[in-house]
Ligand binder design. Structure first.
Ligand code: HEM
Length: 507
């Protein structure tokens, strides 16, 4: 017994004391004690380390220590910031310092993506390419046909066998959003069967990714010991994904070379732009993975939350419908096209993103040097993250933050200055919500995501009435969250869907 004490317990205690006393960063934000060498302390703060438990731990720590707290991941501090002013200083005032991403010994399919690229010329080139592709005129055309397909699928669902107007639309939303981004990424004309397989592989890979690892919060030691068996399946799924996407890219390349069905002079889809950059196969597969992975689940989740809110708040749904009708009768351009930007629909989307941001945290940031932020020293190489959900729901920034009230984004409201596609540009006030992040690494897809959401929501509200399954109860939409890398509805939305026959403005 004494031998055991001397040979294992005492050295371990010594190591703990040394690693806890000897961090050399005395003014780091508060970290709860103790932390173990190789492991840190996050894994001791909760028995099941998931995004949900991390959120719970951080809520407790913020309540005691304020808006900046730290944990330890192995030998690295992980610092969490839940204040829009400090986030503004870091992401906007010190943008280049905080534009770095932590490195990882294994990044899988993300290894060549924009999000994992070192801040520098390669990142800048790839990001510019993505942004200009997303700003292309072709987006509007693809969006129109995707929205029409979505409406048609829901019409069939609403006219189902049981007089069938009760629907669970999540899968239809997912299908429509996936179809839209797949058409932008790979071009139109990819066989339905390949797209179905791709969708399945995406779902499988996402289910195998270790949640906290996506935020760089799993020490290497824990990854190897605890998650190794899971990796075999992940590797297999990633290999299948690689084969399938390479095949789709090759088909696209051939079509372009043969000039079949596409205008070779003007690249349209993302793959065309990647082929134009002369990238290697692995790079292109990784960038296509990132494109679909970053866009589909985030946008689908946001759409489901928005529609859930509109089912819950029938008055807001009607106000939106009236606004759409008013705008449509006055907004025809000379070409007869309707303008897509509508103030109230934008307010509805913003309010849903404030209250239900799909990503409760940003991707992990890091710094290339020691920096002082709000009296704390952030050591070079720390993991730094920002609590998106807490900022958007902060009662010192928003009146009655848990109430769904799109009017706050209308003229004169407390959210008037917030434009989350360029958060931070007009000062800290514009960072009262950051669903797409802010600064150098802010989401390059924010503009497209906002356009898709507004466009889909408009068509869904114009074509259908979305009513609670039991209109006497009114509370049968469960807004409980299923927390994860993306925070979805725990219980998928169910609604009574009525096709509007009085809808003269549609089509
Ligand atoms: C509702 C939809 C979306 C949400 C809520 C969302 C949210 C985010 C967030 C929070 C970040 C991290 C920002 C940071 O770390 O500072 C991010 C990064 C990123 N997003 Fe999005 N996103 C959405 C749609 C899209 C779309 C449509 C695309 C592209 C097709 C996209 C591509 C990316 C990329 C490439 C990055 C990494 C940027 C970089 O590291 O430079 N996202 N997004």
């Amino acid at each position: 017994m004494l031998l055991l004490l001397c040979s294992i317990v005492l050295p371990l205690l010594l190591l703990i004391i040394i690693s806890n006393n000897h961090n050399g960063h005395s003014s780091l934000p508060r970290a709860p004690w103790p932390r173990l060498p190789l492991i840190g302390n996050l894994f001791f703060l909760h028995h099941t380390p998931t995004v949900a438990s991390l959120t719970e731990v951080l809520r407790r720590l913020h309540a005691v220590h304020g808006p900046v707290v730290s944990l330890w991941i192995g030998s690295k501090p992980a610092i969490f910031i839940a204040c829009h002013g400090i986030a503004h200083r870091a992401l906007v005032n010190m943008d280049t310092t905080f534009a770095h991403r932590p490195t990882s010994w294994y990044t899988g399919l993300n290894s060549h993506g924009v999000n994992s690229a070192t801040y520098g010329s390669r990142w800048s080139r790839l990001r510019r390419n993505l942004s200009s592709h997303l700003a292309g005129e072709h987006v509007a055309g693809v969006l129109r046909s995707s929205a029409n397909r979505l409406v048609k699928s829901l019409e069939s669902a609403a006219a189902g066998e049981h007089g069938g107007d009760v629907v669970t639309p999540s899968d239809t939303f997912r299908h429509a959003v996936f179809g839209f981004f797949a058409a932008l990424c790979f071009g139109e004309g990819v066989e339905e069967d390949k797209l179905r397989r791709l969708r399945g592989l995406h779902a499988e890979i996402i289910s195998l990714i270790v949640e906290l690892d996506a935020f760089h919060l799993v020490p290497v030691f824990v990854q190897v010991v605890c998650y190794f068996p899971r990796w075999r399946n992940l590797m297999r799924a990633q290999r299948s994904h690689h084969v399938l996407v390479t095949d789709i890219i090759s088909a696209r390349r051939r079509r372009r070379e043969e000039g079949v069905g596409c205008d070779v002079a003007e690249p349209r889809c993302y793959v065309d732009t990647l082929l134009g950059l002369g990238l290697g196969e692995d790079e292109m597969v990784s960038l296509c993975w990132e494109y679909m992975n970053a866009s589909v689940k985030t946008t689908t989740t946001a759409l489901e939350w928005i529609m859930a809110r509109l089912v819950l708040h029938q008055d807001i749904q009607q106000k939106l419908r009236d606004d759409i009708a008013r705008q449509a009768s006055s907004d025809h351009t000379t070409c007869g096209e309707r303008r897509r930007r509508r103030p109230f629909v934008e307010a509805v989307v913003l309010e849903a993103l404030r209250l239900h941001p799909p990503a409760h945290y940003l991707l992990a940031h890091t710094t290339d040097k020691d920096v002082t932020l709000d009296k704390h020293v952030i050591p070079k190489g720390s993991i730094v993250n920002f609590d998106v959900a807490s900022i958007g729901r902060n009662a010192t920034l928003w009146t009655e933050p848990s109430v769904f009230r799109p009017d706050r984004f209308m003229e004169g409201g407390e959210g008037t200055g917030v434009h989350c596609t360029n958060a931070g540009c007009g000062g800290p006030e514009t960072m009262k919500m950051i669903p797409f992040g802010a600064g150098r690494r802010a989401c390059p897809g924010a503009g497209v995501a906002m356009t898709v959401l507004q466009s889909f929501v408009e068509d869904l509200v114009r074509r259908f009435k979305w009513i609670p399954v039991d209109s006497n109860v009114g509370t049968d939409v469960d807004t409980t969250e299923k927390q994860g890398i993306i925070t979805e509805m725990r219980v998928p939305l169910q609604t009574r869907l009525v096709v509007r026959r009085d809808n003269l403005l549609f089509e």
